[in-house]
Design a protein around this ligand. Structure first.
Ligand code: 3PG
Length: 305
């Protein structure tokens, strides 16, 4: 069996070593395609492999058609909006993610961005503190839970909205539940986004929702850029000069954001929430183990299609 690790944004070396160990211990062969720049390289690399480990790499119908011997794709991470699930199912390919494995890394970055925002981008001027501020966690999955855990240490007053997570699960963590997304935005000084990109959520962070936030509010996005209605965010930020946007996913209109909102907009150059050795090791090795479990024993826990 041939297992491909296709990562345009590579894992730390220590994680790749761990993945190799898992794959070779099972008697399989590991092939690496890192930092590739053209889709053609991916199309070529998938031709004769049985399994692929990816991150945000795009696995579309064309890639799946080129991967004639493919049985499984594991997205080493949480969001699998980069995989065409329908095409995968049509090709008889199992798709999995590795839920929770990189969640702490993303949550730490979200809190880091909050500190960076309230301390005026570390420019030396007098800022504010996180303690006592109302934090709104938009979606209470693995990352949202870790954000709540860390935010407690900062002494924040924590709220969450999640359409799918039972109220009791959230309350057990000492987090207050609000009944609607609007209520979260009306109430909170800082909103941390943790919704996946789905047909329902795409563009859902729009003008009418943003318009509900209190004065001086901050939106932190370590989720996906697609959930933001960028044109409406720009319109809102032009009107609301008190509002800050911090993102780990560079908007399509990044240059415009920089030009218009230099002092209250920040984007990382490349999505780096999950870019730690620990997260790479956790997610990468989990992906390798899930592949071995599937190919050898038919275990399909974490299958998403
Ligand atoms: C995820 O969905 O797991 C995160 O967004 C991390 O994505 P990455 O593996 O591309 O850094």
């Amino acid at each position: 069996m041939k297992i491909l690790v296709a990562t345009e944004k590579p894992f730390a070396k220590i994680a790749v070593d761990g993945i190799r160990k898992e794959i070779e211990a099972a008697g399989y062969e590991l092939v690496l395609l890192e930092k590739y720049t053209e889709k053609a390289q991916l199309l070529d690399a998938v031709k004769d492999v049985n399994a692929i480990i990816i991150r945000s790499d795009i696995i579309d119908a064309e890639v799946l058609a080129a991967a004639k011997d493919l049985k499984i794709v594991v997205r080493a991470g949480a969001g699998y909006d980069n995989v065409d699930l329908k095409a995968a199912t049509e090709h008889g390919v199992c798709v999995m993610n590795t839920p929770g494995q990189n969640a702490n890394a993303v949550a730490e970055l979200a809190l880091g961005m909050m500190v960076y925002a309230v301390r005026n981008f570390f420019n030396g001027t007098s800022g504010t503190e996180l303690m006592g501020k109302k934090l709104g966690i938009h979606a209470y999955g693995n990352v949202g839970r870790n954000v709540a855990r860390i935010a407690k240490g900062f002494g924040m007053d924590i709220y969450a909205y999640d359409a799918y997570c039972p109220k009791e699960v959230i309350e057990k963590d000492g987090v207050k539940v609000v009944d609607s997304v609007e209520e979260l935005y009306i109430n909170c000084n800082i909103i941390s986004l943790h919704i996946p990109a789905t047909p329902e959520t795409k563009g859902s962070i729009n003008y009418s929702l943003l318009n509900k936030v209190p004065k001086g509010a901050i939106l932190v996005n370590t989720a996906r850029k697609e959930v933001i209605n960028e044109d409406e965010l720009i319109k809102f930020m032009i009107e609301r000069v008190d509002f800050k946007y911090m993102t780990d996913i560079m908007p399509a209109a990044h240059a415009k954001f920089v030009e218009l909102f230099a002092e209250r907009y920040f984007s990382t150059p490349k999505k780096m929430g999950a870019q730690t050795s620990e997260a790479n090791i956790n997610a990468g090795i989990a992906a390798a183990q899930q592949i071995v479990g599937f190919l050898r024993d038919g275990i399909d826990k974490f299958k998403v299609n």
